[in-house]
Design a protein around this ligand. Structure first.
Ligand SMILES: [Zn+2]
Length: 387
């Protein structure tokens, strides 16, 4: 929690507390008193109001329990290594995804051990075979030679590494390991952003209210996408089906494979049968207009980042703090996708009035973003808006 880079230690917490402090011992521990001794918060506080990951990051974030930490040990290989000059332990899953836990030390009383020789990280669980009077909780302990899950008194100040879903190291049906959720955590930390973007469920698309003055709601994902970071499908402008090849020879709306003989589909195809958002997703959805994309760019805080270490793109954080992510999906000409993971180029619903060859797009890369004209036969993603 609270870290900006994978090697950054982040904040320290006593078990079950959700705020950092300057002294970590029984006298400052909020879940202890002289008569009641340790308060029993349950055998697993994951996802509760005692779970700092859940309280601070919200959404699906939570602390891992001892089973999940043991799973990480069982299914991932690990090595004691350095990242950015910081010693720690790096876990690598069979799919190549990796995460790094720095030797972040710990607090005992007001004394902070920061010699970078070990790390101690809380689990959400309480061992059931240890006398409760000692105030035990599970923790992940590692140094440069050893890593294990042990039982520690709760008042110590340890770090917390949030997870999502049911485990930190999911096993797919085919037996491969998926630690994408964990990698996702690290990348969000790298972005300096600790507010988890949240779709209410997996039934995309969702209408995301960013708090824009026009009242425009943006979709959480692209047309054809199954997650909010998925690039989805690519479409030629005015076409409503994805295809294998995007060029003059396959473009439906020009004569003789000649882009100089493009059909006039109208100055705006928004909400028409040429609008892929409208056709594929129904009446509530449409392609964005120039005004809508300009509002998005002007009213949102934009930052370049990534999701799942797989795809880069821009996060747009609206005035109300909600966010959408536009992946750098690149574009198709012919059967080739160019600039995937480098730039994003998204169709708007408007044709360029003085040259029908072109339609309007919103394009970006890590350094720049702007409105561009782009020839209509290219395959580009579409990010719908709701009326
Ligand atoms: Zn969604």
């Amino acid at each position: 929690m609270d870290a900006k880079t994978p090697q950054d230690y982040g904040g320290y917490y006593a078990w079950g507390e959700t705020k950092t402090k300057s002294q970590y011992d029984l006298s400052t521990y909020s879940h202890y008193d002289s008569t009641n001794r340790y308060h029993h918060l349950g055998y697993d506080i994951s996802g509760t109001n005692y779970d700092v990951a859940h309280v601070k990051w919200k959404g699906f974030w939570k602390m891992p329990n001892s089973d999940q930490l043991n799973e990480l040990l069982s299914y991932c290989s690990y090595e004691f290594t350095k990242v950015g000059g910081v010693k720690g332990i790096k876990f690598t899953a069979p799919n190549g995804g990796s995460i790094f836990f720095p030797n972040s030390g710990s607090y005992y009383g007001a004394t902070y051990n920061d010699d970078n020789s070990y790390g101690q990280m809380w689990a959400s669980s309480v061992p059931q075979n240890v006398s409760f009077s000692y105030g035990p909780a599970d923790a992940f302990v590692y140094d440069q030679t050893n890593v294990r899950v042990v039982v520690v008194n709760r008042y110590h100040g340890f770090t917390v590494r949030p997870i999502q879903n049911e485990s930190s190291c999911d096993v797919n049906r085919d037996g491969s390991i998926d630690i994408s959720d964990v990698v996702f955590v690290v990348n969000r930390i790298l972005n300096g952003n600790t507010d988890y973007y949240e779709c209410p469920d997996n039934h995309h698309p969702h209408m995301i209210d960013l708090g824009l003055p026009s009242g425009t709601l943006w979709s959480c994902c692209n047309v054809g996408a199954t997650t909010y970071w998925d690039v989805g499908n690519y479409f030629a402008w005015g076409e409503t089906e994805a295809k294998e090849k995007y060029d003059e020879t396959t473009y439906k709306y020009c004569d003789n494979h000649d882009m100089n003989k493009c059909h006039d589909l109208g100055a705006s195809i928004i909400g028409t049968n040429y609008d892929v958002a409208h056709v594929q997703w129904g009446d509530s959805w449409q392609m964005p207009s120039q005004d809508q994309i300009v509002e998005l760019v002007n009213r949102c805080e934009m930052y370049w980042g990534g999701v799942n270490s797989v795809i880069k793109g821009y996060w747009f954080r609206g005035p109300n703090g909600s966010e959408i992510f536009l992946p750098a999906a690149g574009y198709y000409y012919g059967s080739d996708c160019s600039d995937y993971n480098k730039m994003g180029l998204y169709w708007l619903g408007q044709q360029y009035s003085s040259q029908m060859f072109y339609a309007l797009t919103y394009g970006f890369d890590e350094d720049d973003d702007n409105l561009y004209l782009f020839a209509r036969m290219h395959g580009l993603p579409v990010r719908p808006v709701a009326k």
